[in-house]
Design a binder for this molecule. Structure first.
Ligand code: UPG
Ligand code: MN
Length: 731
């Protein structure tokens, strides 16, 4: 037993749980009453009313679903915990005798992921406050681009200036791109001189890289400088090429030193073999190739991975992660330490709802108390053994000293590594099934983390005050919808597969942990009740079909209670997590839009996959956007522009609600009824709320003139659909 004051990390419960649970009990009571009302007030099924009965039962079904889903979301709110790592205690115990760490960065396409952006990430990772001889950075290039290789070659040279500079001035963030855009510069004249010098070098390098990318080729006089360039002599394309592994810096080589004579971290470029006839399994395939390639170069016990746009923003992240792995009490049980995803390009009011504040501050902490957060695909430190399929066993002791410490023949090592990165290497092996990241799922991270949890391991969520990683989030509607489509589709496919958390994990993890996984796994089917709820009651308002109790009836109370209490809490949670009031409101809008577009598509695609009609894909999110687009993004103006079918759904729902509200109120006006105090009060309220939340959509359809507006063709199509909905006598 280690005294609590000696532990390498602490776990605290988040406060306010008693209040939370009172709130949850209130909402639960409200939900039960709502469902009871629905079940006992079904309108008579005589003749003409049959359609109304069916519509009512539909409401009941939607509300049952929402109730079930709400229950799931309680799992991540019941008892969130906060972790704190004590790097000073780690230092006192181990000094600089720390385990080797392999860092994996994945990139896939030099167009949507500019090499200069990727290089800033690589430099930030090389500059960790960590013994460089124990640090190995690997770049996987699924685009197999000579431009990316060239950029990495430039980076290997620039690192010799950048790393000592970072060390001397304790630079944070250690990404040069992020650091040099900070407004403040050093005061001390000598420091300022050095700052300008390094900044100049960095800008020149970036310029060289960017111009190579623009021209699409690497100048001949540069290509002669490194043998690696010759790999591209045989005319390889991104989809058809031999395996390439190039060790650009061999940290074990005494000659590999920076401008001050310090050892450099190892730096490796890898493009696994690709052939048109073999499936490459996207990022999971790249990660697995990296696991094998690194096993003959460094073979560190810890593997960290980040997406190519996620630079390190906190120099101590490795040491903090080690506080968990090396903790004497709990360390042996931990398979991975997950950091949150943070973005640096979010607008103040979070127009597309892409800054995951509530997820990061509440939900992941809540999952942590049940066995650990899911693996998020980036910003994660893994125990190599656990990632490679080992089950938890309390007698297993990790060898933290493992790793390849001397490299004799670099050419031999590269040759060996290449043979591990071929297309056929994995055939008839357990790779992608039991070993490494799992294949066949658009969210390889989620399913891999689940498998690790089911093998008995736990994970830990660490969210230090200074964010550990910062990346680039989607900045347009199309990108947002696309990303969420991939996620919802992937996670729902896990739910439908034999890996469904409720069955696969049954008996292996706790029920609330399975529920937490299912919150995300069931994003996709949320689309149907949502679509129902934003269309049917509004239509009912126009056509005179009642769906809610009258305002004077006591049954109104549970409806209002659920609506109000739940939303006040959600607002509180958002504000507590760092959103603004408007950000919360925008988040509500996006939550609706994602459900009726991305999640609907994710749902339909799963059905198609079950029927064998479509295959899983992985469309890389672009990390750059046009100037015009960026300007609108900064002004928080929603970007549409193209005429995609998703926009037709959004426009149709918005327009339909407007028509129903105007039409419904118009009828009351004509018939002389009280506008608000009649049987339809709640329907008017719901429909009105939808109209208010959709104001930016109406603007994009009718008022805006810029190129990001909703195209006329989309508006026209949606008008057609609305007319259809009005004409068809549904009830
Ligand atoms: O065939 C591929 C496709 C993607 N990637 C890389 O995977 C990373 C993530 O791709 P991105 O398009 O940025 O997806 P996001 O939606 O931002 O990614 C989130 O969701 C993914 C699962 O859907 C996870 O893999 C990611 O780690 C997680 O950040 C990037 O570095 C890509 O270069 C590859 O290496 N090979
Ligand atoms: Mn990304």
């Amino acid at each position: 037993m280690v005294a609590e004051t000696e532990r390498l990390f602490a776990t605290e419960e988040l406060g306010g749980r008693a209040v939370y649970r009172v709130h949850a009990a209130t909402v639960l009571a409200g939900i039960c009453l709502v469902l009871y009302y629905r079940a006992t007030h079904v309108p008579g099924s005589a003749g003409s009313c049959r359609a109304a009965t069916a519509a009512w039962v539909g409401m009941l079904a939607a509300e049952l679903w929402f109730a079930f889903y709400w229950l799931l979301t309680q799992s991540v709110r019941w008892c969130p915990v906060r972790r704190r790592a004590f790097t000073d205690r780690l230092a006192a115990r181990y000094g600089e005798r720390l385990p080797c760490v392999d860092i994996f960065v994945c990139t896939a396409d030099p167009q949507s992921e500019p090499p200069s952006l990727v290089m800033a990430t690589i430099l930030s990772l090389m500059a960790y406050n960590y013994p460089p001889e124990n640090l190995n950075v690997y770049l996987s290039d699924d685009g197999c681009s000579i431009l990316t290789f060239y950029a990495l070659w430039e980076t290997a040279t620039f690192a010799k200036q950048w790393l000592p500079f970072c060390r001397r001035y304790n630079i944070e963030p250690s990404s040069p791109a992020a650091y040099f855009t900070l407004p403040d510069r050093p005061n001390d004249p000598q420091a300022l001189e050095e700052w300008s010098f390094v900044k100049g070098l960095y800008q020149e390098m970036t310029e060289r890289i960017d111009s190579a990318v623009r021209s699409g080729e690497v100048p001949e006089q540069i290509r002669v400088n490194h043998k690696g360039f010759s790999e591209w002599n045989m005319g390889c394309t991104s989809k058809d090429h031999q395996p390439i592994v190039q060790i650009l810096i061999d940290g074990k080589d005494r000659g590999a030193i920076d401008s001050e004579g310090n050892v450099l971290p190892t730096l490796v470029y890898m493009a696994r073999e690709k052939r048109p006839q073999y499936h490459h399994n996207f990022k999971a395939g790249a990660m697995n190739a990296l696991i094998r390639v690194s096993s003959v170069i460094s073979n560190s016990p810890i593997i960290m991975n980040v997406d190519c746009d996620m630079y390190s923003n906190n120099n101590n992240s490795i040491r903090e992660a080690l506080c968990f792995f090396l903790d004497e009490e709990m360390g042996d049980k931990i398979a991975f330490v997950q950091y949150p995803q943070n973005y640096n390009n979010m607008t103040k009011n979070n127009i597309y709802g892409n800054s995951f504040n509530v997820l990061n501050q509440v939900e992941l902490r809540g999952t942590d108390s049940w066995g650990g957060p899911m693996y998020l695909g980036t910003g994660c430190f893994h125990r190599r053994e656990a990632l490679c399929g080992r089950s938890f066993n309390k007698d297993y002791k990790e060898d933290w000293n493992r790793g390849i410490k001397t490299q004799h023949h670099i050419d031999q090592t590269e040759g060996k590594a290449k043979s591990l990165a071929t297309c056929t290497y994995e055939h008839n092996t357990q790779w992608g099934l039991e070993i490494g990241l799992k294949y066949g799922c658009a969210v390889e991270d989620n399913i891999t983390g689940l498998a690790i949890h089911c093998r008995g391991w736990e994970s830990v969520y660490n969210n230090p005050p200074r964010p550990a990683f910062i990346g680039v989030g989607p900045t347009t509607m199309a990108q947002t919808i696309l990303q969420h489509k991939r996620w919802s589709e992937g996670m729902f496919s896990i739910f439908l597969s034999k890996c469904c958390p409720f069955f696969f994990a049954h008996g292996k993890t706790r029920l609330p942990h399975q529920m937490a996984y299912c919150i995300y796994g069931l994003w996709a089917p949320n689309s149907l009740p949502m679509l129902y709820y934003v269309v049917i009651p509004s239509l009912g308002l126009l056509k005179g079909t009642l769906f809610f109790p009258e305002i004077m009836s006591p049954w109104v109370i549970p409806f209002i209670c659920v609506l109000v209490v739940k939303n006040i809490y959600s607002l509180y949670e958002a504000l507590f997590s760092g959103d603004t009031l408007k950000g919360w409101w925008n988040g509500q809008r996006m939550w609706m839009i994602r459900r009726i577009t991305s999640y609907l598509y994710g749902f339909i695609d799963n059905i198609r996959m079950l029927l064998g009609l479509s295959k899983m894909g992985f469309v890389v999110s672009p990390k750059v956007s046009g100037e015009d687009e960026s300007k609108r993004y900064e002004q928080e103006i929603m970007e549409f522009g193209t005429s995609s079918p998703e926009y037709v759904i959004i426009a149709t729902v918005a327009l339909l609600n407007l028509v129903c509200l105007v039409g419904g109120l118009g009828q009351f006006l004509v018939s002389g009824q009280n506008m608000l105090l009649n049987g339809f009060s709640l329907q008017i309220f719901l429909c009105g709320l939808l109209v208010i939340i959709n104001i930016p959509i109406y603007e994009a359809m009718f008022l805006r003139k810029d190129r990001g507006r909703i195209p006329f063709s989309v508006t026209l199509t949606s008008v057609g659909f609305v007319m259809l909905a009005l004409v068809v006598p549904i009830f």
